[in-house]
Design a binder for this molecule. Structure first.
Ligand SMILES: Cc1ncc(COP(=O)(O)O)c(C=O)c1O
Length: 383
């Protein structure tokens, strides 16, 4: 579809009204009609209401006069987005800061805790994001004590983490939902362990926020970060959660700029956050909250459970713990090239990791997919 046609479709199609269920979400995602898109863990398609809001904003700053400007007066729209995200994770708006992306925030937490200077250590695991593990490797080379717990059969055992933690552990850092295989960490157990040793828990929630319910207080999460381009449905935008009691005292701001004089978790912000991202998130967060994260989780789990049950029968070994209440399933198989061709013929989009010995694929359906998509996908791979 050309851009002009897309704009036409966007203008005509009605967005799901407030309270509408997931059954009708597909019509808000035109992409779903063009491809068998099962790759939201890489980048989630934009829902129409968010695309339309961004188009209005782009038109306004392209042709002027900037009628959208008013929304940003006194940081009004930013305050609304902060409140929406706070609502999503059960935090206070003053505990939310904007960051460009997840990994930037994780670096900021590591620097702000002054772990290396105090002789502390960090415990993470091999189901965390590869980019973060690279960052830990670099910090280790520079002298930080980093301990990487290895998964066993796609899970991180608490007893293994307990062995790695000691009284010098300042931080346990994990991806709440692993991008590798969809494993869901037990945040409550990890935070209890960290706190018992005088440390803190950082969670990267980029594969969880919007897809898995998060309650920072109930889960004992101390620091949390994510970008919005996956399950938060778009906008190059990011969030950092720091509870009031840890702001400044425990987590020290290390970078300063025009925005770091803001109160609350805004103190960790340096520069102006993307207005376009903010416009997108304003719509996407409302969209997600309207559907309900619990409903989204249940819908995605239903699709994933069918994949996890059926694909092993067709020779694809499931690397995701069965029943993990997450939107991601990963499979291992031989003959990667043949599978790549099958996916291509079916017009199916997933994350494919072709290897010399064996290959993997990560499948991540979302609210616009239905069981018919999953059955078509399984049929294409089984044939
Ligand atoms: C678990 C996880 N963390 C972090 C990232 C990258 O985050 P960002 O681009 O926001 O730094 C990804 C991207 O795939 C991811 O899956």
């Amino acid at each position: 579809m050309k851009r002009r046609e897309f704009l036409g479709t966007a203008g005509m199609a009605a967005a799901a009204p407030a309270g509408a269920g997931i059954e009708s979400a597909r019509r808000d995602f035109p992409w779903a009609e063009r491809e068998l898109y099962l790759n939201s863990a890489t980048e989630h398609p934009l829902p129409l209401p968010s695309a339309q809001a961004m188009e209005r904003y782009i038109r306004s700053i392209t042709y002027g006069p900037d009628a959208e400007r008013e929304k940003f007066e006194n940081n009004e729209l930013q305050a609304q987005v902060r409140a929406l995200f706070a609502n999503l994770i059960h935090a206070k708006p003053s505990e939310i800061g904007f960051v460009p992306a997840t990994q930037i925030a994780e670096n900021l937490v590591l620097d702000g805790l002054e772990i290396q200077q105090s002789g502390g250590n960090v415990v993470t695991n091999d189901l965390h994001y590869g980019g973060s593990l690279l960052m830990y490797q670099k910090r280790k080379a520079a002298g930080l004590d980093v301990r990487v717990v290895q998964n066993r059969e796609g899970r991180i055992r608490l007893s293994d983490v307990e062995r790695a933690v000691d009284r010098r552990t300042r931080l346990i850092a994990v991806a709440l939902v692993s991008n590798v295989n969809g494993y869901l960490e037990d945040a409550k157990a990890l935070s209890a362990l960290a706190h018992a040793h005088g440390g803190y828990l950082f969670t990267d929630v980029i594969q969880a926020a919007g897809a898995v319910p998060i309650d920072v207080r109930a889960m004992g999460i101390d620091f949390l970060a994510c970008s919005a381009y996956k399950w938060l449905m778009g906008g190059r935008f990011g969030y950092l959660y720091v509870p009031e009691e840890l702001q400044g005292s425990v987590l020290k701001p290390k970078q300063f700029g025009g925005r770091s004089s803001q109160p609350g978790a805004g103190r960790y912000q340096v520069s102006t956050a993307s207005h376009l991202g903010c416009v997108c998130q304003h719509e996407s967060l409302q969209y997600i909250l309207r559907l309900g994260v619990g409903n989204i989780q249940a819908h995605n789990l239903k699709l994933n459970q069918r994949l996890r049950k059926e694909l092993p029968r067709a020779g694809y070994e499931c690397l995701t713990p069965f029943g993990a209440a997450t939107p991601i399933s990963t499979f291992r198989f031989q003959n990667g090239e043949a599978v790549r061709k099958k996916l291509q013929r079916a017009g199916a989009i997933v994350t494919l990791r072709l290897g010399e010995k064996d290959s993997q694929m990560r499948v991540s359906p979302s609210v616009f997919n239905h069981l018919g998509d999953i059955d078509r996908f399984i049929g294409a791979l089984a044939g």
